[in-house]
Write a protein that binds this ligand. Structure first.
Ligand SMILES: [Zn+2]
Ligand SMILES: [Zn+2]
Length: 351
């Protein structure tokens, strides 16, 4: 059996380091996937930190959820290398993207098909060992999706940044028929959201980001207008162009981003929040009713939505976002660059 090389979290708040173990042998319905690519996601930083910042110095501790050493990474594409005796349908050599948001299968969320919302979940790279590694063990072949003819570097990130953006956009699809949507935050998820919005909606979206390079990249990728939310005139400028936004996605999820996004909503407008940056958002309570406002959160997406998204991506209407491939040994450097905001588009670790 080949060695199992992992870029492991060995202590919270510390750099990853390589650990080597014996590769697990898949049993029952399990499938062992050799990892070709694993996307680097902003949420990996929170797992490495061991907490979410809740604002006002408060933290949500997430260190109790996993044993160390632990392998991050949930945007995985690879090749089936070995299968358990009950892993029917999993063929060795098949190239697959891995749906990482694996639930308990028994709770109301799982029974409704929303394993991504399971509270007793086995989410890969979050609770169960993930894809910053030579191999990942997947509990059942139902979580493996064919991605050909897409590249693995495109297919892996679709399972998180793509799926998150897709699920968010679906929640504003009705309003998108009545005007351009606003996408706030143009990191990996936001840029994916832009590509998907171009495919799903008639009107090109407007976008906002505090980084000039990211605004430029978004305009090059087909955004109609780009705004700098740190500019005191930005709110007025968005209102002048749109008369108020009916549908927005906030891919940042900070107090500042939500102040901006809710501030430009039209009456009856809706903002879907996917970002986890943190902080403590407050709003004049009466404005929720006066503006007939909806603020809705979403967390990745369902297995069914992952299939829908891969079908959409295969239909060739999605332009892949800028992606930088780096070797697995650079996992920590890739996380450092992401934390410092030095990344445009997506970073993918490649074998
Ligand atoms: Zn992610
Ligand atoms: Zn469940």
């Amino acid at each position: 059996m080949s060695p199992w090389r992992r870029q492991s979290l060995v202590a919270y708040g510390q750099p990853l380091c390589e650990t080597i173990a014996a590769c697990p042998t898949p049993r029952g319905s399990e499938v062992l996937v050799r990892v070709a690519c694993c996307g680097v996601c902003h949420s990996d930083l929170h797992v490495q930190d061991g907490y979410f910042a809740l604002g006002a110095g408060k933290q949500l501790d997430i260190t109790k959820d996993r044993a160390l050493p632990f392998t991050l990474g949930h945007e995985i594409a690879g090749t089936i290398e070995a299968v358990g005796e009950q892993a029917g349908g999993a063929v060795i050599g098949r190239r697959v993207a891995v749906y990482p948001w694996i639930g308990c299968g028994a709770c109301p969320a799982c029974r409704a098909g929303n394993e991504n919302m399971c509270s007793a979940n086995h989410h890969l790279g979050v609770i169960a060992d993930g894809g910053y590694a030579s191999h990942v063990l997947v509990p059942h072949p139902r979580y493996l999706l064919d991605y050909a003819p897409l590249s693995p570097a495109f297919a892996g990130p679709l399972m998180c940044s793509g799926l998150t953006a897709y699920a968010a956009l679906k929640r504003i699809a009705d309003r998108a028929e009545r005007g351009p949507v606003l996408l706030v935050g143009l990191g990996g998820v936001g840029m994916m959201g832009l590509a998907l919005a171009r495919a799903l909606f008639a009107e090109p979206p407007i976008v906002a980001d505090i980084d000039a390079g990211k605004r430029q990249a978004a305009l090059a990728a087909g955004a109609a207008r780009a705004f700098d939310p740190s500019d005191p005139q930005a709110r007025r400028a968005v209102m002048a162009v749109t008369g108020g936004v009916l549908a927005a996605c906030d891919f940042v999820g900070s107090d500042k981003s939500l102040q901006f996004t809710t501030g430009v909503l039209a009456r009856g407008g809706k903002v879907v929040v996917t970002g986890l940056l943190g902080g403590n958002f407050s709003i004049a309570a009466a404005m929720i009713a006066i503006k007939a406002m909806t603020i809705e959160g979403t967390l990745t997406g369902s297995l069914a939505q992952a299939h829908e998204l891969l079908d959409l991506a295969r239909s060739a209407k999605i332009t892949p976002i800028p992606t930088r491939e780096r070797p697995f040994e650079e996992a920590q450097a890739a996380l450092d660059d992401l934390r410092a905001g030095r990344v445009v588009g997506r970073t993918v670790l490649s074998a």
